[in-house]
Design a protein around this ligand. Structure first.
Ligand code: FES
Length: 165
């Protein structure tokens, strides 16, 4: 059966579209909503969104695949996105990624077997002044060090969402 946008989604989407002069301007916020609802942006979701916005599927797919914040596959409970752009790179992002790969036993783009963590290396998160930066789901953790990273991981493993420092 074809994928259908939920009625709740459509109501929210109509409200969002009404905020913009043109419906297609709501594309990125709606991709966020889609991801919030399903945990990721699937092909069928993009197709349904294209129909809803009366846009070519290719345009929706181009936007969804350009931005690293949209997951193309189901992510773990905690999506760890480490910025590897220039400021974060200079401030030790590669060391953080290495630490995460070793601690979790996964590479970028993979999810741990228990479904708890997905690891990604992403482009600039727009917080270069507090590099290195990692985004966990919707929250940023800035000025990271290896030690801070270990604490965050331990807390997440024990079901405690770490406070941002
Ligand atoms: S370079 Fe990492 S947040 Fe901009």
């Amino acid at each position: 059966m074809a994928f259908k946008l939920s009625e709740e989604f459509k109501t929210k989407a109509e409200k969002l579209c009404a905020k913009y002069p043109r419906r297609d301007a709501a594309l990125i916020p709606l991709l966020h909503e889609l991801q919030k609802e399903a945990g990721y942006v699937a092909e069928e979701g993009m197709d349904a969104l294209a129909l809803f916005l009366e846009l070519p599927y290719s345009r929706v797919k181009a936007v969804a695949t350009f931005y690293t914040m949209f997951n193309r596959e189901p992510a773990g409970k905690y999506h760890l996105q480490v910025c590897r752009n220039i400021s974060c790179h200079m401030a030790g992002a590669e060391g953080l990624l290495e630490r995460l790969r070793a601690a979790l036993g996964i590479a970028e783009g993979e999810t741990t077997k228990d479904g708890l963590f997905t690891l990604s290396a992403v482009e600039c998160l727009g917080a270069c002044g507090s590099a290195p930066v990692m985004q966990v789901n919707d929250d940023y953790f800035e000025n990271l060090t290896g030690e801070k990273l270990d604490v965050i991981l331990e807390e997440l493993k024990h079901g405690k969402y770490p406070s941002q420092k």
